[in-house]
Write a protein that binds this ligand. Structure first.
Ligand code: HH2
Length: 335
């Protein structure tokens, strides 16, 4: 089976035949045709089947009120004692609220609030504990003026978060962890992030292996979209995420980031969560997660250049500044 990866461009000199990638600023006039076991080759868009082309080009509907024709910043707020980067800093509700307000003021378009670390080797948190960490913070922020997403794998936690004012669910297990979560999301009619992971957080970094990481993750996400749609979650409300660091080596992460534009073929907005992750530390030589900002920005800009619509980041102010310069250089857009 052939896969068509749009060669995403951002140059202001855009050929007349070029097509907008997912209705955004990036454009493409060629694709890379990928097929397992065969050498990749370049082809003109005229070779792409109509159904695939329609998915690659269709403007994405706004998500939680946010336009999907540009990269939007999702600020990370981990109300946990043990997250890999900010664990323990925002476990106290007052500290969590203060950090949420900082992220909002720095320009986050939405906030992703989590009460369970899913870093490699992490242990599961009981539902009641996860609710106690997240629901009060969400309730206190419900009128803060920006959409809130609950980062959870569990139906009970999502239900409590939605009741408290969350408007989106981010599931790093893509509905594989809790059979009840799809029903909660479908009933609420809210957007859902389906993220790829190989294995569970406890063991996922032991020996991750793929036939072809880009195509395997693509196929897996396509299957999870079908499962979610079958459970009554509208395709227009689904976001896909290749799951950087979840059962992946540094080489796997880089292959996914290099090939990100392929995921537009799934017809949904694409989210990337690479902020401060280990491979950035490995490549940039920064052991401390809070010193991985520059590397994280390089990845964020690489993702923006491939039309990714949501960037899940710890460093909101820095990412916002980087994107502002990126936009200004590309098109003289000074907003
Ligand atoms: N990464 C983390 C958590 N949730 N959700 C999505 N959709 N994509 C991601 O890449 C992703 C995610 C892990 O990062 P973080 O929240 O900073 O750490 P921890 O899991 O230790 O709390």
């Amino acid at each position: 089976m052939a896969y068509y990866r749009p060669i995403a461009m951002t140059d202001i000199a855009r050929p007349p035949r070029a097509l907008a990638l997912a209705g955004g600023r990036c454009w493409f006039a060629q694709v890379e045709v990928l097929d397992r076991g065969r050498p990749a080759r370049l082809a003109p868009v005229s070779e792409v089947p109509d159904a695939v082309l329609a998915r690659l080009t269709a403007p994405r509907a706004p998500l939680a009120g946010l336009a999907m024709d540009r990269p939007q910043i999702m600020g990370i707020l981990n109300v946990t004692p043990d997250s890999f980067s900010d664990g323990g800093r925002f476990l106290d509700p007052a500290a969590a609220l203060a950090q949420a307000r900082v992220l909002a003021a720095e320009g986050a378009a939405l906030l992703d609030i989590g009460g369970e670390s899913t870093r490699p080797g992490s242990a599961e948190v009981p539902v009641a504990e996860e609710i106690a960490r997240t629901a009060p913070v969400i309730a206190a922020l419900r009128d803060a003026g920006l959409p809130l997403s609950i980062d959870t794998r569990k139906a009970g936690v999502a239900r409590a978060a939605l009741a408290a004012g969350a408007g989106m669910v981010n599931d790093v297990s893509a509905l594989t962890f809790d059979a009840g979560l799809a029903g909660v999301v479908a009933a609420a009619g809210v957007p859902l992030v389906l993220m790829h992971a190989q294995g569970t957080p406890a063991t996922m970094q032991d020996a991750p292996a793929y036939d072809d990481v880009l195509l395997d993750v693509y196929d897996w996400l396509e299957h999870r979209i079908a499962v979610a749609a079958g459970a009554g979650i509208a395709r227009g409300r689904i976001v896909v995420d290749p799951g950087i660091g979840f059962g992946k080596t540094a080489a796997h992460n880089l292959a996914l980031i290099r090939g990100l534009s392929l995921f537009h073929g799934l017809g949904c907005p694409v989210l990337l969560g690479a902020s401060r992750k280990r491979f950035i530390g490995t490549i940039s030589g920064q052991e401390r997660p809070d010193r991985r900002v520059a590397g994280s920005l390089a990845v964020a800009l690489a993702a923006a250049a491939q039309g990714v619509q949501l960037l899940r980041v710890h460093d909101v102010a820095e990412t916002r500044a980087a994107l502002a310069l990126w936009r200004a250089i590309l098109a003289g857009d000074l907003t």
